[in-house]
Design a protein around this ligand. Structure first.
Ligand code: UDP
Length: 240
């Protein structure tokens, strides 16, 4: 039985957490560590949807800053998320966790297209579903993709696993007095431009009453702790 208040969650991992100590790319050992965290969470009885970013390989904005056409660069970024999804699928299945990848850009040789009803069935059967290629359109990010899939899959929460342990009132890297919120309202995040997720992702979660739980995935066992209502985190929700 799950000891968490959630039955189904969407876990968003930024691409950077797959690169380990490398400057870019995929470190299979680190992906295996992440997969262990996901398996531990799944073993508590949760249904898990996953969205993985692509920032460890390519970000459209970075390409555009160097003169590329933004949309073209964004499509490259979306393809990067598919590579990460396949790496995570491989790592999860090596741990015995059945996993399906559904991509918003169809690539039938390597994964399924996004089909909500089929994803439902996978979850019912105890499979992890990884949604790749974000929303399938340029000018978006995988945060928006995560919010969209969390809404359509009726997830109880969107868990955002990053390198920082929550949401601060200012940047903790530059301000030693920065204070971490334990809970904060969606509207405060938007009005104060707090670095949580893109505004479109936050607004979609607000409009569908999906709490966003921001926590550090880099600490071993932290995902399970957060799911059990413990661990260091910030919850973005209504009325906080
Ligand atoms: N991307 C996009 N549309 C989407 C999702 C992603 O164009 O719906 C592109 C965009 O260029 C983005 C890149 O894919 O920079 C990688 O995703 P993201 O930056 O969200 O990855 P993360 O920062 O989470 O690793």
């Amino acid at each position: 039985m799950s000891s968490t208040p959630y039955k189904r969650v969407l876990l968003k991992l930024s691409g950077e957490v797959l690169m380990g100590s490398q400057p870019f790319g995929i470190d299979p050992e680190f992906v295996a560590e992440m997969a262990k965290e996901v398996k531990a969470a799944k073993d508590t009885g949760l249904e898990i949807c996953l969205v993985i970013g692509g920032g460890n390989i390519f970000r459209g904005m970075a390409g555009a800053a160097k003169g590329m056409d933004r949309a073209q660069a964004d499509y490259m970024g979306m393809l990067a998320t598919v590579m990460n999804a396949l790496a995570m699928q491989n790592a999860l299945e090596q741990l015995g966790v059945p996993t399906r990848v559904q991509s918003a850009i169809e690539m039938d040789k390597v994964c399924e297209p996004v089909i909500r009803r089929r994803a439902e069935r996978h979850l019912e059967k105890g499979r992890v579903v990884i949604f790749a290629a974000g929303v399938g359109a340029p000018y978006f990010t995988t945060d928006s993709g995560a919010a969209l899939r969390a809404a359509e899959m009726k997830c109880d929460a969107l868990l955002k696993g990053t390198s920082v342990d929550g949401v601060y009132d200012s940047d903790p890297k530059t301000n030693p007095d920065a204070v971490r919120y334990s809970s904060v309202d969606y509207d405060t995040v938007l009005a104060d431009n707090l670095k949580v997720m893109d505004a479109s992702a936050v607004a979609l979660c607000r409009d569908n009453a999906i709490p966003i739980v921001v926590f550090s995935i880099r600490e071993q066992g932290n995902l399970a702790a957060v799911l059990a209502g413990e661990g260091t985190k910030t919850i973005v929700q209504k009325g906080a």
